[in-house]
Design a protein around this ligand. Structure first.
Ligand SMILES: [Zn+2]
Length: 284
């Protein structure tokens, strides 16, 4: 698909605006970033890379694509659509920038885009980034947008340029989020509830903690709405393998316990996810 240069995208080295120069993006100080033929750009600074191939591996991303494309999480994607429509109806006309920080394979943003009216779709810009280049490649394959490899710590977007910022099961960096959010912008945090995938966790962990310790939000954000989305899904062996591969569960359990989980076919799992919408406050 085509890489879209969002006007607020900036150079990760000096924050100067980026311009298109043939198949590259370039800033006024001559820093150049190649646009990959798949339709994304790598804007990850050397300081943000902890390994040569950071983030989800190619195999994990393939598992994620297979799992999400089977629409087990479609109710979550629908909730993203509802939140976007609610936000857009509250904000008058003009362009709207939707960003998914840690966008994975782009499933959620793509679902939102597909469910907007033509008018709204035409004035919406999609921006998504992930630290895994394999994930970002998948985004660029799905739909046109501003897709780049990057991290929450240094988001290469101008201050106040994002209207709706999704953080789906990610590792938030609130000072970055606050910086890029527009004054009337909103952060949407999506986190697992206590009973999320509980039946799977019961099989693969010897002892499970029911209450997840959730760090409080900084004073710079306040929750303006909160909803729980709960339903059950039934997974066969292949779906379970994909789910185990795409989540951190895979790495914290033993091979024996993972096999025990796979022996349940099908396994009925509870999805329990919390959506919180947050506004920025005037506290600095
Ligand atoms: Zn530069």
């Amino acid at each position: 698909m085509t890489f879209v240069l969002h006007p607020a995208l900036h150079c990760p080295i000096d924050a100067a605006p980026l311009m298109t120069d043939e198949l590259s993006l370039v800033c006024q100080h001559g820093h150049t970033f190649d646009v990959a033929r798949q339709g994304y750009v790598n804007l990850l600074g050397p300081k943000d890379k902890r390994s040569k191939d950071p983030g989800d591996s190619k195999e994990m991303v393939s598992a994620r694509v297979a799992f999400l494309n089977a629409d087990f999480y479609q109710p979550l994607a629908d909730a993203c659509v509802d939140i976007t429509l609610g936000y857009c109806s509250a904000v008058a006309d003009g362009r709207i920038t939707l960003m998914d920080a840690g966008c994975g394979d782009g499933y959620y943003l793509n679902h939102v885009q597909e469910n907007l009216s033509n008018d709204l779709g035409n004035r919406t810009s999609l921006v998504g980034f992930d630290i895994s280049k394999w994930a970002v490649q998948q985004c660029a394959r799905r739909c046109d947008g501003t897709w780049f490899v990057g991290s929450n710590r240094h988001i290469p977007m101008a201050d106040g340029s994002v209207d709706l910022l999704f953080d789906m099961f990610g590792f938030p960096d609130y000072s970055s989020f606050r910086r890029v959010l527009a004054p009337r912008g909103r952060l949407v945090r999506v986190t697992p509830g206590d009973r999320h995938l509980i039946q799977l966790r019961e099989v693969i962990y010897p002892n499970i903690k029911l209450r997840s310790e959730r760090a409080p939000y900084p004073e710079t954000f306040k929750v303006v709405s909160k909803q729980h989305i709960t339903y059950v899904m039934s997974l066969g062996t292949e779906d379970l393998k994909n789910l185990l591969l795409m989540t951190p569960h895979m790495f914290r359990s033993t091979p024996e316990r993972r096999q025990q989980a796979l022996d349940h076919d099908p396994l009925t799992l509870t999805v329990d996810v919390i959506f919180e919408e947050l506004e920025t406050t005037t506290v600095y």
